[in-house]
Design a binder for this molecule. Structure first.
Ligand SMILES: [Zn+2]
Length: 228
């Protein structure tokens, strides 16, 4: 049986022109070269990748040409030639795809960006561009789940108690995906159009890199989103 080195997430979207992929731990993704080779393997033009710097900010931009973007955690594009990219290891890769048009976005969402409102910024950007949020489908990809995402008392007050449980010894388990889902609905996206994958990057150590599990030496998974 062939080993699969990435997930093809395209079938989660009804827009048949869209291709959405997510690399697994077995795929080497180091540096720009890793991202380019992963693009090439999936039929994307490696020269058309857009690469956000990723600083746990709430900044998201619409960009219709390739290249890097400073201090940004989410890229949207309405240029079907462009390929959005992000890297993650526990943080949520969130894919946004218009159901008919070639409009798509890929956003890196960790707990800091989430509580600071990055999902609402995505909604604002799309509304400014005159898009109807009801026409978008959203996929929250493999990320650290509430079985493993633990925080201490120093940051727990940044979360609504609806989204965590106390584990004792000053530790709390937070359900980031549920919170992200709630932010999507509060921002105007439609519940039926949102899919949350249940894979936990921390639990599934054969399949995924995890920053919380492996610390600074952890590798990264690459998400790509573009058209076929
Ligand atoms: Zn887990």
């Amino acid at each position: 049986m062939a080993i699969r080195h990435w997930l093809d997430l395209s079938s989660h979207f009804s827009n048949s022109k869209i291709k959405a992929v997510f690399s697994l731990k077995s795929y080497p993704t180091n540096g720009i070269e890793g991202r380019k080779s992963f693009s090439y393997e999936n039929g994307f033009n490696p020269d058309q990748i857009i690469i956000p710097e990723q600083t746990h900010s709430t900044h998201v931009v619409l960009k219709n040409n390739s290249g890097g973007v400073k201090n940004t955690d989410g890229i949207f594009s309405s240029n079907s030639k462009c390929v959005c990219s992000i890297q993650v290891a526990d943080c949520m890769p969130i894919y946004f795809v218009h159901k008919k048009d070639s409009v798509f976005g890929l956003v890196h969402v960790g707990w800091r960006g989430l509580v600071s409102g990055i999902i609402n910024q995505c909604s604002k950007l799309l509304v400014e561009q005159k898009y109807n949020l009801a026409h978008f489908q959203i996929l929250i990809g493999p990320s650290i789940q509430s079985c493993c995402f633990e925080v201490s008392e120093d940051v727990i007050d940044q979360f609504d108690p609806k989204f965590y449980e106390e584990k004792g010894s000053g530790k709390y388990r937070v359900h980031l995906q549920k919170l992200a889902m709630t932010h999507c609905l509060e921002s105007g996206f439609i519940e039926n159009e949102i899919t949350v994958l249940s894979d936990c990057t921390f639990c599934e150590q054969e399949k995924y890199h995890s920053y919380r599990r492996n610390g600074k030496k952890a590798g990264r998974m690459i998400g790509l989103l573009g058209t076929k």
